[in-house]
Design a protein around this ligand. Structure first.
Ligand code: FMN
Length: 195
């Protein structure tokens, strides 16, 4: 099997990381893979905020706990959001697994392909990371908090455009020992219909 197909088959989300930073050339290669992703109309408006400053990452963790703790859980609250709210109320929530790097991926608010373009970029970065032995995991909490004034103000102070919407984020770092899940065979789901 060729390398691309093999990487697609074997990539898995990593949720435990070593604290050490990624070498700049590795980080550049991963982000460039994101920048090379296809995008609607070749708009090229995806914005990659590469956060490595540990104080900034810590402040984002603090803000996430602070803001999720203010929310209430309803019967139909999405399972992961429910966990975010309840763990934040206990003060134990760490949404980004303390990865040493977080790439916040944003696009123009109101652009119809914002999420699609960002998703293509995120998948490219995940595959590039995997091919360089870097662990990655899509992190959705800053997307959920996109309209939250405190989180927005912080992100805008670090470079998010006032006209941009956060579509997702990617935790990156070298995996802790045993933190890379083994790729099983066919996991089921995702039906295919050939006609
Ligand atoms: C849109 C989207 C949002 C996700 N959000 C999160 C998240 O916030 N936290 C997390 O740990 N994983 C998140 N994931 C990762 C999924 O849980 C993971 O991809 C899925 O369980 C399949 O596992 P695999 O990536 O190891 O193949 C997200 C994935 C996608 C595509």
């Amino acid at each position: 099997m060729n390398e691309v197909l093999e990487n697609i088959r074997r990539r898995r989300s990593v949720r435990r990381f070593l604290p050490e930073p990624l070498p700049q050339e590795v980080l550049t290669a991963v982000v460039e893979a994101g920048r090379q992703a296809p995008c609607g109309g070749n708009n090229r408006t995806t914005h990659f905020m590469v956060i490595q400053d540990q104080e900034v990452l810590e402040e984002l963790r603090r803000l996430a706990v602070q803001e999720f703790a203010k929310m209430e859980v309803a019967e139909d609250t999405y399972r992961s959001l429910k966990n975010a709210i309840l763990s934040s109320k206990k003060g134990t929530y760490v949404y980004d697994y303390r990865a040493p790097v977080l790439v916040v991926v944003a696009n123009r608010a109101g652009y119809r392909n914002a999420m699609a373009d960002c998703s293509c970029a995120l998948e490219n970065m995940m595959l590039a990371a995997f091919s360089l032995d870097v662990g990655s995991c899509w992190i959705n909490q800053l997307h959920w908090l996109d309209d939250n004034p405190a989180v927005r103000a912080a992100l805008e102070s670090w470079g998010l455009g006032a006209d941009e919407t956060v579509c997702g984020a990617l935790a990156l770092g070298y995996p802790a020992e045993g933190a890379v899940p083994k790729a099983e065979g066919d996991r089921g789901g995702n039906p295919v219909t050939y006609v």
